[in-house]
Unconditional design. Structure first.
Length: 203
């Protein structure tokens, strides 16, 4: 039988998750600045006290959303980099990971890419450092691929990485997973486009 403390903990986690989900939806719909704490609690039918019990401010909530997204993304990136045997395969999987997130993490991803400007300088620096780690992991794959002969030897890994992230991240601005182009098709299109530009030519 569930104890009162366990039940209370479960309810606490449930309310925090609901606050994050509803606020994320509202930030996508209205933008961070135009959404008030009152808007969030009114949408859930709870009091401001419930909000402040979980988050000290609206910005603290935004930071929590950013951390949840990037920490999860980094973990999944590290998992696939550890299991894919080739650099080509690693790059394909990273692109697929980013594109599939548009469907699987749609709202939180939009907030993550759009609203970092509303974080404090200290919090933004923390998120940018984690983004830098994700970017450097891709850069490492490209560098390793050049050294192994999988990719052309005249590439600049840093510039190629920025190009890959620019293409995939911009997809959040226009891609509709429910449209005529599927997530899988877009991922295939991007990986084909990227790899045909960087794979070493066979002689």
């Amino acid at each position: 039988m569930e104890t009162s403390s366990v039940k209370q903990e479960r309810q606490w986690l449930s309310m925090k998750a609901e606050l994050m989900k509803k606020s994320t939806d509202l930030f996508v719909e209205r933008g961070f600045s135009a959404t008030s704490i009152q808007d969030i609690v009114d949408a859930l039918g709870v009091t401001k006290g419930s909000f402040y019990y979980h988050f000290k401010s609206k910005e603290a909530l935004l930071m929590d959303i950013h951390l949840r997204y990037i920490d999860d993304l980094l973990k999944r990136q590290q998992d696939l980099l550890a299991t894919e045997p080739t650099n080509r395969g690693k790059l394909v999987k990273v692109v697929e990971l980013l594109i599939h997130d548009i469907e699987n993490q749609g709202a939180i991803g939009q907030v993550y890419y759009r609203e970092i400007r509303h974080l404090s300088a200290e919090n933004a620096a923390t998120i940018r450092a984690k983004r830098g780690e994700f970017r450097e992991n891709i850069e490492q794959v490209i560098g390793d691929g050049i050294n192994s002969g999988e990719f052309r030897n005249n590439l600049q890994p840093k510039m190629i990485t920025f190009a890959i992230l620019g293409v995939t991240n911009w997809s959040y601005q226009w891609f509709n997973p429910e449209g005529t182009l599927s997530v899988a098709e877009l991922a295939d299109m991007y990986t084909d486009f990227i790899l045909n530009g960087i794979l070493a030519h066979e002689h």
